[in-house]
Design a protein around this ligand. Structure first.
Ligand code: KG4
Ligand code: ZN
Length: 390
């Protein structure tokens, strides 16, 4: 079956045609994957402006879907289903994709499948590499999320850790802004960090040892003992503030606000200083990501580790993850760059997974800015042990 997938959760309008292969070990293939990026529009404002993003999706969606169909060499008649990102994301952006997908599916008399954006990032790994050895510990690390999942059977995603404040990609973007590097910050820091000394600047490493009193619901999953579950949570906002302090100290702009500090950084800091700050910041972020992912993997008895989402495009994260995997004897999977950042092919893969699990929706679902991950539908739930699985 061919499936048309649509993704409009943030600032990329994306459509793809994904097909089933009939091979259970490598279940899907990409027939086309089209992304219209709005980066040039939002760069001027230093970040994504939700209203502008929604309006641009309206302009782009028809052309992007037409291009996806044309490049796949199939016609509308050959589509068996439509999948669409339902959330989480910017609600005005999500609405465009959801309305388009429902209208098209209704008109063609085919099912529409709502997909969780993070399930899409997770399934980008299966799309690229085939079914992963399970159980797997999977880190989704993007501009909006830093979440660690346990996947014990295909399509069952159980949250075991998440950021208590900023997402890692958000920290990259904010630090880049502070250093006057523009938007989006991740690729700029990745590039500059290669020229810097990653121990030149001392930055704090956040350790989470206490329960989160502000969390609305406990994240502590039954899969990990409570103290381990706390340790595998993330926090990046203190690190971002520490970088602000370094910039203020080095530029003499001691009481400057963020915008003034960014101006001072651009005017006063040498290229080498900026590269050193980028490299040091990146080292701390990546160590935090990998320490927690591999600790969770050990407790979960994982047979593989996956890293997906926009930040998984980072060159040092990819290299360090492989090196750690080799050290721990665990295979590590990352998506190719075009499937790491937001795209619709991954939504198609997650859509097929939902469809085959019997989860095609009625017509009354809507876009949801803070959509929860699908509820666990059964399978073998592993309970918390008192020692890691070796
Ligand atoms: O998954 P994604 O495209 O969108 C969300 O779902 O958020 O992730 C975008 C994030 C941005 O914060 C961007 O700065 C970051 O991914 N990113 C990177 C790199 N490329 C993109 N971060 C670090 N290094 C990169 N090479
Ligand atoms: Zn994403």
């Amino acid at each position: 079956m061919n499936l048309l997938a649509i993704e409009t959760s943030c600032d990329e309008t994306a459509a793809a045609v994904v097909a089933e292969t009939g091979d259970v070990t490598r279940p899907w293939l990409i027939r086309s994957n089209v992304v219209a990026s709005q980066t040039a529009i939002h760069r001027e404002w230093g970040g994504v402006v939700p209203e502008l993003a929604a309006r641009q999706h309206v302009r782009d969606i028809c052309g992007v879907v037409e291009a996806a169909l044309e490049r796949s060499h199939i016609t509308l008649d050959a589509l068996g289903a439509v999948a669409v990102t339902q959330g989480p994301g910017l609600v005005g952006s999500l609405l465009i994709g959801v309305a388009y997908a429902k209208a098209l599916a209704w008109a063609r008399g085919i099912p529409v499948v709502p997909v969780h954006h993070l399930a899409g990032h997770i399934e980008s790994l299966t799309l690229a590499h085939g079914e992963l050895p399970l159980p797997a510990a999977i880190l989704v690390v993007s501009g909006g999320h830093t979440s660690l999942y346990s996947v014990s059977r295909p399509g069952a995603y159980q949250l075991v850790g998440r950021t208590r404040d900023d997402a890692a990609g958000e920290a990259y973007d904010k630090v880049a802004k502070l250093l006057g590097l523009g938007y989006p910050g991740g690729p700029a820091i990745d590039r500059l960090a290669r020229e810097g000394n990653d121990t030149a600047v001392t930055l704090p490493v956040t350790r989470l040892t206490h329960a989160d009193r502000n969390a609305s619901e406990p994240v502590v999953s039954s899969l990990l003992p409570p103290d381990v579950a706390r340790r595998v949570d993330f926090s990046f906002s203190g690190l971002k503030t520490a970088v602000l302090r370094v910039v203020r100290d080095r530029t003499g702009a001691s009481h400057a606000g963020r915008a003034a500090a960014a101006d001072a950084a651009g005017a006063t800091l040498s290229q080498q200083d900026i590269a050193d700050i980028c490299a040091s910041f990146q080292r701390v972020v990546i160590e935090a990501l990998l320490d927690r992912t591999f600790e969770a993997a050990r407790w979960l008895g994982a047979r593989s580790v996956g890293i997906a989402g926009g930040v998984s495009a980072n060159s040092r994260l990819r290299a360090d993850a492989q090196e750690r995997g080799a050290r721990h004897g665990l295979p590590v999977f990352v998506p190719p760059i075009e499937l790491a950042t937001d795209n619709a092919a991954m939504i198609g893969a997650a859509g097929f997974r939902r469809l085959r699990d019997g989860a095609a929706a009625g017509w009354d679902f809507n876009a949801e800015a803070s959509l929860a991950m699908y509820a666990e539908t059964g399978g073998n739930r592993q309970e918390a042990g008192d020692r890691p699985v070796s």
